[in-house]
Every structure is written in C-alpha cells, then in structure tokens.
Design a protein around this ligand. Sequence first.
Ligand SMILES: [Zn+2]
Length: 188
Amino acid sequence: MRLNYYEIEKATTALLQAIGEDLEREGLKGTPERVADSYMALLHGYNCSEEEIKILLTTFDSEAYDQMVMLKQIEFYSLCEHHLLPFFGQATIAYIPNERVAGISKLARILDIYSRRLQMQERLTDQITNALMKYLKPKGAACHIQAVHFCMRARGVSKQNSIMVTNSLKGIFLEDAQAREEFLELAK
Ligand SMILES: [Zn+2]
C-alpha cells in the first residue's frame, strides 16, 4: 500500500487553508476526507505490483489462432502528473498471438492498473505494450489512446476541443506496414 490516506486528508486541509477557504463552512466539512477517498480510487494502480501484472497475463494456448486480438474503445480515467488534473478517454489495445493468448478482460485490467496512477499519456500508451510484450510474448502489441486533458481545456492554452492521440507499436506492428495499417484503421 503506497497511498497514505491520512496524509492526503491532511494535505487537502492545508490546500483549503492556502486557498483561503473557511474550513468550517458546511460544504467543506467532509472535503478532506472525500478528496482522500477519491485519490484512493483514482490512484489505486499504485497498489498493484509488477508481479501482479505478470500473474494477470497468465496465458492460454491460442489453439492455432494467429490473427489480431483487439479490445476496442476501453474507457479510462487518469491524472496528469504535471498538473494533477484529470485526463480521460478511450484506449484500443491489440496483439498478435505467438501460440499464447490472454483473457480479453485482462487487457482492460492492465489499462486500469497503469491509468490509475499519476501519468503522462505517452508513458501510459507505452507501458501497456511493454507489459504485453514482456509477459504475453506476442508477435506484436499495439495501443492507441485518444484522450482529453483538463489541463489543456480548463487552463493554460484553454483549447476546448483538442484531443490528444498517442500510439505505441511493438514487434510486428512496428516492422510490418500492413499489420500497422490494419491496426491503425481498426483503432480509429
Ligand atoms: Zn497536465
């Protein structure tokens, strides 16, 4: 357990004081506790170790299936590490098996573990394909993420409709133009 509930609660009280708010105000009474609760949920990926990710990607015989396996438009929520503001969107994850396949729900679970941490979209995209390459050992792994970032929309350059797109392509998806195009076309 890496997250310290009580320290988050204390820090939220300090933040409210720094904002100059009245801590006794009705609406703010339970706020430090509620913020700590939210962070426990938003950052629960820290509680999952590398070993658990490895176990999660327990494989089954692919029974000669050797085409692309893809889970499309899986929604996720994350927090950008630069501003601690939310970014969220959809990820599409694919791999081409090398005699072994993983339970399809595991792809969504991997996304969950990595997105529920302080993140950068680029790193998140890469961590997913890295985990697949390392533990599932497929012929190739690919991840496509489209997300909206609050730090872009609500502050700074304030661009309301911008969507950030990242791709991570490994193995055959990087080497073979046809595999790459097929993935990018299906991931749209
Ligand atoms: Zn940001």
